[in-house]
Design a protein. Sequence first.
Length: 296
Amino acid sequence: MAIERIAILGTGLLGTSVGLALRESGFKGSITGWDRDPKQLQIALERGAVSESAVDALLAAKHADLIVLSGPVFAIVGWMEQLSSALRPGQLMTDVGSTKRKIAVAADRWYNQAGHAGFLPGHPMAGKEVSGAANGEAALFKDAVWLFTPAKGEMDTRAAATAAEWREWVAKFGCRIMDIEAARHDELCAWVSHLPQMVSTALAALLEDKFGDAEDMRAIGGRALREMTRLGCSPFSMWRDIAHTNADEIGTAIHALEQRLTHLREHLKTAELREEFERANQFRLCPPRPSPPEKV
């Protein structure tokens, strides 16, 4: 096997979950962790997500076969630039960043060419509304889709072998693997991931402004309200870079939703409201409606 030493730079929710998933899937090699927050790194170490902690991220990356960058997109790109001249051919770097165009451009600039390490952009469609190593879990990726963005350059033989093996480990996590072009990735994620977050954030902020800590509102709010506002608990630190690097696509999705909500508001008392519900019921992620009982 090509991968014996892995370095995870960023041991928050996803980085810790990657380490735990590797161990649960049978990885026997070394996993070195680094995080700018020593407390997060210590939690990841205590939980067994990493086998050793590193003070120097650069040194940890130099000695790894595979480097996993886990953090906000701008931090990932920063590490890509900093490590590009330090890594050797044959090494592979990958990431778990939530948007891919900026990362793919950086990969084409600094990696996947003669004399350089390889880079495989990746993004697991998994997460929580909370962050931190304490919330990481091996099962986080089970039944999730792990997206990979094909690079335009060409990896050398050793990096390509490591990339193939890394995809095998991701499959062992319980993921379905899908290759997708960077621009298409960001367009789809704006609609299926980023828009739901913004809707939940807007709704939770609106309710806070309107009702605050009103006991009757919180007593009446049930499962639907909890589900609709759960993502609103996500910290801004998790979403700042996503909003910055995918602003056009997210803006397009928000504008389309604004138009749809206006349409609903204008047709609350017309038959077109029924048509909207019927249209929504056709969306394939909705659970199937039970068939009416047969007449005897």
